[in-house]
Design a protein around this ligand. Sequence first.
Ligand code: GLA
Length: 404
Amino acid sequence: MPDNLPRRQVLRTAGALGLGAAAVGALQTGADAVGTPDKVAAMDAHHGHGRLVIRKDPFGTTPDGQAVDVYTFSNGRITISMLTWGATIQRVETPDRRGHTKNISLGFDNLPDYAALSPYFGATVGRYGNRIAKGQFSIDGNHYQIPVNNGENALHGGTIGFDKKVWKAKVVETSSAVGVAFTYVSPDGEMGFPGELTSRVTYTLDRHDNLRIDYHVTVAGKPTVQNLTNHVYFNLAGEGSGTIEGHVLQLNAAKYTPVDAGLIPTGELAPVAGTPFDFTRPTPIGARIRDDHPQLVIGRGYDHNFVLGKPDSHGMRFAARFWEPEHGRTVTVHTTQPGAQFYSGNFLDGTIQGIGHKSYRQGDAFAFETQHFPDSPNQPNFPSTVLRPGETFTSTTIYTFGTK
Ligand code: GLA
């Protein structure tokens, strides 16, 4: 589907017409609904209290002939597009404080660019998000080797991670939320990892502008390690609009995990106090990014795992809040995960043009990947990422979109 207006118009129309679940289901077939402008206006007047709607369209075909679809779901205020390729968030359209809606997520408008160029834009990454030193680890005395793809280390699951797989998709509709459950079964031995891993990652948007991600992971046959996350990149002024150094960040972490030259944690949990890593009070991302701190030199900016504060009684913790002062958009992150990689887009270098046909340069977006800590399989003092047959791993991360 072309990257312009008809899709949103159809979505809004579906809501304005008050279509029930069955009719919205019909939209999932890709059949376009046509509405009158006054109905669309009526929907606009609801200011986000419109119906939850979803539709499916073809997005492309992989070289080996697999069809890739794009699902677009909306609550009338926030509209999210997701691809079955990599269970990828392609677009996130949110209003600013004046009600002007823009796409704030980095991505592409075509499948070949995702396959050839994407530094994990919006992707669900796995089997192991972030790095495993030298791609090696042992479980119960058995040694495993993941193909390395980041210097001498394995990053985001090896050379062909879950971000490059076509996931099965199933529409999820409840009275309060709409979205897609993506499933991928990774065979025993894929990318060197032991055990057949079944991952179900459910993305839902509710009426309160929460994008909720629920991970449900099991393994069969052999114990394994797993660390799935999502790698959405945001620029809250709009993708392709320039640097995020002026975004203000509050990050609920008193400690972070310093890294060696290959971005592998040293094992230390270092206090952020008195360093450029202290975002416990809201601070512009760019305020200290050029400070003479060895960790900022290694990372070319922020590319570090933060040890998040304690969870509440439901297991959720406030992780971070990003705020772009000029247009006023905010994104607030809560998670059950113990850590998050805060990445200030350091490796974007102007060579990639995204969905809005603008080049992405260093610092033009940030990622905040909720996760277990990098290289946990080799770090006995970090929370374990081992998953055994019969066990189920679950985690939840919620991105809440707002304005201030
Ligand atoms: C993660 C890593 C970064 C970088 C990005 C993708 O955030 O920590 O070093 O590799 O993924 O470009």
